[in-house]
Write a protein that binds this ligand. Structure first.
Ligand code: 5GP
Length: 348
């Protein structure tokens, strides 16, 4: 039996130590980033926050709402071929030069066939793809990434999910430009409860970022951000991109109807491996598996732009506290301190 004794940390275990700064206002902070991707050789410019490819947040409406603010969306994989073609065509004619949207797929033959069909109709115009599975540790997954890389050399590939440096390196060598990091931290994920498998997200980010950067790759921290400060910690820990589900749920741009309970408005939000999702897309939970996601009601929050201001304001302010003029400098300027308490809960 091998037990790894070093302590692994979550966002809740640390705070960022303030540092002397010459910044006078958070207005001076530039939270856009620019990346030249290792394999695709494509240049990205934007605010590196991506709406999760869950079916409530990875919508076409969300992508259109985020693009003017230079954020991205990963469209969920259940859109029809026609809708996807129309959406990516609209991006080509978009006024927002920096519009970045990810096409998402799993690794089944039908996922691949759908992707090649959409690509063919668009003259290969899709630039970003997210290949994701719950467990990115299988040989089949790595081989799938290799295949897509070989067939589409100019595509920027984000692939995951994993949580350790060894497999991050393997994925980058297999052709991924961005490795998606996170097993179990999601707001509607029950993987840790159902399987006992997982990795504290901040340590996963720190370790995977280190491995990826050593090879010229990037990482996307996926899951577990519950407040803007968690994004600051993920970026501070080395995340190049951050994917958000729960923090973007409950808005107008999310799929699903507003429901009322005791005079309050809510929207339904559920994990993509929850019973609700499997019933919607797979005709139920297959008898050899258990759901690894849950279904919740999120308070209805109106247009997503209000929430964006809060999130981006928090990240900008974090940069000011440590003297980072640009988001790029945040990692270098971050010192985490371990804490036993984060918040004063007197008023709940
Ligand atoms: P959040 O930002 O809500 O904390 O996390 C979002 C991430 O949770 C998604 O991008 C995805 O990686 C993960 N996720 C979504 N649905 C499920 C699910 O049903 N089960 C698990 N294990 N993870 C999920």
């Amino acid at each position: 039996m091998h037990i790894e004794e070093s302590v692994k940390l979550d966002f809740k275990d640390v705070l960022i130590r303030p540092k002397r700064s010459t910044l006078t206002s958070r207005l001076e902070v530039d939270i856009r980033r620019e990346f030249l991707f290792h394999h695709s050789r494509q240049t990205y410019r934007g605010i590196p926050i991506i709406a999760s490819n869950m079916d409530s947040t990875g919508t076409i409406e969300m992508a259109h709402a985020l693009a003017p603010h230079q954020l991205s969306a990963a469209l969920h994989k259940h859109h029809s071929t026609d809708d996807l073609v129309a959406f990516f065509q609209s991006l080509q004619h978009s006024a927002h030069a920096a519009s970045t949207a990810f096409y998402s797929m799993g690794i089944s033959p039908s996922d691949y066939d759908k992707f090649t069909a959409v690509m063919a109709r668009l003259d290969n115009a899709i630039e970003y793809v997210c290949i994701d599975v719950a467990n990115g540790y299988t040989e089949g997954f790595i081989n799938f990434v290799k295949k897509v890389r070989k067939e589409f050399p100019h595509l920027t590939i984000m692939a995951g999910n994993v949580v350790t440096g060894d497999i991050t390196e393997e994925l980058i060598l297999a052709g991924a430009d961005i490795v998606k990091v996170g097993i179990g931290p999601g707001s509607v994920c029950t993987t840790r409860k159902m399987t006992g498998v997982g990795y504290p997200q901040l340590s996963a980010v720190i370790e995977c970022a280190d491995a990826a950067h050593g090879l010229g790759g990037q990482i996307c921290a996926d899951g577990g951000c519950a407040v803007p400060g968690d994004l600051a910690k993920a970026f501070g820990g080395g995340a190049d991109f951050i994917m958000l589900g729960g923090m973007l749920a409950g808005h107008d741009e999310c799929a699903g109807e507003v429901v009322e309970r005791e005079g309050k408005k809510y929207k339904c939000f559920y994990g993509m491996s929850s019973r609700a999702a499997m019933e919607k897309y797979a005709g139920g939970v297959a008898d050899y598996r258990a759901a690894e996601g849950k279904e919740v009601l999120v308070e209805y929050r109106g247009p997503v732009v209000n929430t964006l201001q809060e999130i981006l304001g928090g990240v900008r302010s974090a940069c000011t506290y440590v003297g980072a003029h640009k988001l790029k400098e945040l990692t270098k300027r971050t010192t985490f301190i371990r804490v036993t308490q984060q918040l004063n809960e007197v008023f709940g």
